[in-house]
Design a protein around this ligand. Structure first.
Ligand code: FES
Length: 494
């Protein structure tokens, strides 16, 4: 069978596919969402044809405007690959590129690179410092995933003696992304700013990770770290330096420091919260006078782990659920039959089952059965529901303890920002219905990759803003709060 090449911009990825392969079948693996399940109704799966051609049916033609059509936009869910093509992916532009003008900056000469070192994904953007424009972006899977998907297994691998190997592999991966960015634009890079969670930072810099393996998880004060390109074994030239911004404390890393700067919490009059939902949920609440932060072990339920039919957001995963005429309907990634459920739909499932009164206040399945059938044989067990309760209680209890530590109520919070890739896909109303976020929906804003936005701000404004944030923020050890257990148990209820 004939094969074709699909090039994805701005990711720089190349995919080999068979003739007539539906784009929906391959693009979802690169994180592209198909919110209406590929019916052509939501318009969210747009791709721009930069090179090659795509056959467009009459139905497809009606779903895009004249202007969109003329400028090369197509709906990926209605397209097949019949030749080599290069696509600009609109969703990636939003996720990776479109945040370019959301901060104030003082123009300066030269170019900089901002890097977010995520546990799963690495992202780097090349920025023109005279305009704050993002010229190119690169992402790749963190090569450390082979040492385990979550932070705890990475930390364990370090403790088991693999840290220097992991340090080399992460430095090499970041170097590769930066090398590609420089290769594409051939510009001299003045500085590089890196942010990431504390474990990623310690591994990158080659510092001892073992304090994160045991209570009280207190790391030595690493501060802001600077490296030269040659120290990192990078063979391209950096005019000034590579900076890794400082973690706040224990599991609250420089990615959250960057998030605070991106959301501007430290200069707000009113109370603002930032929540990064993940296995390790990080939370900040505060304003220009004071801020408190904490990390809370939410567990892997949001990533679909420890859930009997849980899976990551890949083909066959139910990505969202809604009710229509009293029936549960699902969107399945890749339009195939449902194989399991990912984190965003798990939240939907719980909210819907509560609404349908199929779950009681303590999460008990009202029918007394061990499992509830959600959609096409994908079921949720009593244990799965309990796993979700543990995760949502960790976030809700964390928020509640942080709020009372600065003598405010959750209702005093005027804005709540949800950070991170997972946060971009959740249904806010459903999250609130589960009791995870005890604020009104209108106060909740999804902000995407706040770590990367913050890293870009750091490219322009270095230490002043960091010392201001660090002087105003206090880390709270949630488990050390005498009321933690009581609050946690209470928040497990619906
Ligand atoms: S238009 Fe909704 S997924 Fe393509």
């Amino acid at each position: 069978m004939k094969e074709h090449l699909i090039r994805l911009h701005p990711l720089g990825k190349e995919i080999q596919v068979n003739h007539q392969t539906p784009l929906i079948d391959v693009l979802h693996e690169y994180g592209i969402e198909f919110p209406c399940g590929g019916k052509g109704t939501c318009g969210k799966c747009k791709v721009k044809l930069l090179d090659g051609s795509i056959d467009v049916t009459d139905f497809h033609r009606k779903k895009i405007t004249e202007k969109e059509y003329e400028t090369g936009w197509r709906l990926a869910c209605l397209s097949h690959c019949t030749g080599d093509i290069t696509l600009e992916v609109d969703q990636f532009n939003h996720l990776i590129l479109a945040d370019e003008s959301e901060y104030e900056y003082v123009p300066q000469s030269g170019y900089g690179i901002a890097v977010d070192l995520g546990t799963t994904t690495l992202v780097a953007q090349l920025v023109d410092l005279s305009t704050a424009k993002v010229l190119a972006a690169e992402t790749m899977l963190n090569p450390q995933v082979k040492y385990g998907a979550d932070l705890i297994s990475r930390i364990q691998a370090c403790v088991d003696g693999l840290e220097s190997e992991m340090t080399q592999s992460i430095r090499q991966a970041v170097g590769q992304m930066i090398g590609k960015l420089i290769g594409k634009h051939d510009v001299p890079v003045k500085k590089i700013v890196i942010v990431g969670n504390t474990a990623m930072q310690l591994i990158f810099s080659g510092d001892d990770v073992s304090p994160l393996a045991a209570y009280p998880f207190r790391i030595k004060d690493v501060g802001e770290q600077s490296f030269s390109g040659s120290e990192l074994n990078w063979d391209f030239q950096i005019l000034e330096k590579v900076q890794f911004f400082p973690p706040i404390e224990s599991f609250v890393g420089s990615d959250i420091l960057a998030g605070i700067v991106a959301t501007g919490i430290y200069k707000k009059d009113n109370y603002v919260a930032l929540v990064d939902l993940g296995t390790n949920g990080e939370i900040v609440i505060g304003n220009k006078h004071q801020m408190v932060c904490a990390s809370t072990a939410a567990g892997p339920a949001f990533e679909g782990a420890n859930i009997s039919m849980g899976m990551r957001a890949v083909t066959g995963a139910i990505s969202s659920l809604h009710i229509e005429d009293g029936q549960i309907h699902a969107d399945v990634i890749g339009k195939t039959s449902a194989k399991g459920i990912c984190g965003s739909a798990l939240i939907d499932a719980i909210a819907i089952l509560r609404r349908l009164e199929r779950l009681g206040q303590f999460g008990e399945i009202q029918s007394g059965e061990e499992k509830i059938n959600l959609f096409e044989g994908v079921k949720l067990s009593q244990k799965d529901i309990h796993e979700f309760q543990l995760a949502k209680a960790a976030i809700a209890a964390g928020l509640s303890i942080l709020a009372s530590s600065i003598s405010i109520n959750m209702s005093d919070i005027d804005e709540l920002y949800i950070a991170g890739g997972f946060g971009s896909y959740i249904n806010v109303e459903h999250v609130i219905e589960t009791g995870m976020l005890e604020v009104e929906a209108k106060k909740v804003h999804k902000m995407g990759n706040t770590a990367l936005i913050g890293a870009k701000i750091f490219l322009f404004n270095e230490t002043n803003v960091v010392s201001e944030v660090l002087s105003k923020i206090r880390h709270i050890n949630l488990e050390g709060d005498p009321n933690f257990m009581d609050i946690y148990v209470e928040k497990m209820q619906f």
